[in-house]
Design a protein around this ligand. Structure first.
Ligand SMILES: NC(=O)c1ccc[n+]([C@@H]2O[C@H](COP(=O)([O-])OP(=O)(O)OC[C@H]3O[C@@H](n4cnc5c(N)ncnc54)[C@H](OP(=O)(O)O)[C@@H]3O)[C@@H](O)[C@H]2O)c1
Length: 350
């Protein structure tokens, strides 16, 4: 007989289908069970659209709708209690008279947290929380950053040789395999914005798109304070939303926006980071993937402004070149696996 944990795991699997489409909202999955049989399931599919609980209820066959009054609803996150882009899910659960609700995480927003569960309890619904709580929080770590830190979740990502080099100075150096490149494109899809420094933009001439994976392309961002990027650079091809932190360049731009970044002496050379985070917050970009180079990555480390580190390590040696950043001592290794010949490692804060 499946346990509550099994159904919550199913919720996580469904929730993950929203990756790349729902940020800065959380990824949420819901399963409705009656006598160990799944009557319906759903997930939050797109930002601003129906929540997981609504989709799960809608998926129940009309002949089985009366069973909702005897079913249990499992959900990876506490149902919402407020009028946002959609009506509160808790009202729907009460209307459908679902007698039992099991959730993994309560809403991280301290102003909201537990409110809808209290309403359900007050109406006589059996409520259980905290099922696989740690896993749920890990799944939605970007959402937790967005709510609790009030800024984008910052992922620092790079590829390095077996002896710890990012590449040779002044030349585009392939480090990892095409399979690892595909993984990077998946990460770009799941992020809302991807950032590179000036030298990476000039030397590598990256497209920063997600052509090797499906899903919405990220916002591209490059530093170009001195207008060094050639007008023929991929990042200035206007093919997808792009922010350039630097002077406006001649041309008719549809998708490219040039930000004048006012100097903030007090913050030294890294002043642009707080400016960028403010603009990302205003544009509701929940996840920022920083793809280097070494200088930019180091600036984020120096500010202790990071949430996650992802490193692709190739088995090949470069012997000399640009050194990869040092990992902060507090970084906790969460995942390690292989993609082709490369090793993928993922760290978070404790
Ligand atoms: N293996 C990987 O994952 C990976 C990823 C990315 C890049 N790379 C490699 O890394 C190399 C580039 O890395 P990098 O460390 O040399 O450069 P970078 O981090 O891409 O860019 C640093 C540059 O950005 C500009 N910049 C940064 N902060 C600034 C500020 N506050 N004010 C003005 N300008 C500022 C400066 O440009 P100026 O010096 O032009 O003024 C600075 O040199 C490339 O060769 C690339 O191939 C490897």
């Amino acid at each position: 007989m499946p346990a509550a944990e099994d159904y919550i795991r199913r919720c996580f699997t469904l929730a993950r289908l929203g990756a790349g489409y729902v940020s800065p909202n959380p990824m949420v999955g819901a399963v409705i069970v009656y006598e160990d049989r799944i009557l319906g399931e759903g997930w939050h599919q797109r930002y601003g659209e129906a929540h997981a609980e609504v989709n799960a209820i809608t998926s129940v066959k009309p002949v089985e709708r009366p069973l909702l009054r005897r079913a249990t609803l499992y959900c990876s996150l506490e149902p919402c209690a407020h009028h946002g882009k959609t009506p509160p899910c808790v009202d729907l659960l009460l209307k459908e008279e679902i007698p039992e609700v099991v959730v993994s995480n309560t809403d991280p927003n301290p102003l909201v947290s537990g409110k809808s569960l209290a309403r359900l309890r007050a109406a006589g619904v059996r409520v259980r929380t905290g099922v696989l709580e740690r896993e749920g929080r890990y799944l939605n770590r970007a959402f937790f950053t967005w709510i609790l830190q009030r800024r984008s979740h910052i992922i620092l990502k790079w590829a390095q040789s077996a002896d710890g080099f990012l590449g040779r100075p002044g030349e585009r150096t392939p480090i990892t395999s095409p399979l690892a490149q595909r993984l990077t494109h998946r990460w770009r899809t799941e992020a809302d914005a991807v950032l590179v420094g000036t030298r990476t933009a000039v030397v590598d001439n990256p497209r920063l798109d997600n052509r090797h994976y499906f899903g919405p392309p990220p916002l591209r961002i490059a530093l170009d304070f001195e207008g060094k990027l050639l007008l023929s650079a991929h990042l200035l091809d206007d093919s997808q939303p792009t922010w350039i932190l630097g002077p406006e360049r001649p041309g008719r731009w549809k998708n490219t926006y040039f930000w004048h970044v006012p100097a903030r002496q007090a913050e030294g050379r890294r002043w642009w980071i707080s400016f960028l985070l403010e603009k990302l917050r205003e544009a509701e970009k929940g996840i920022l993937l920083v793809e280097g180079g070494a200088d930019i990555l180091r600036q984020f480390f120096e500010l202790d402004c990071w949430d996650e580190i992802r490193v692709l390590q190739s088995p090949f040696y470069l012997h000399h070149g640009i050194e990869a950043p040092r990992l902060p001592e507090i970084a906790v290794l969460q995942e390690e696996w292989r993609v082709g010949n490369d090793i993928v490692r993922l760290w978070t804060r404790p």
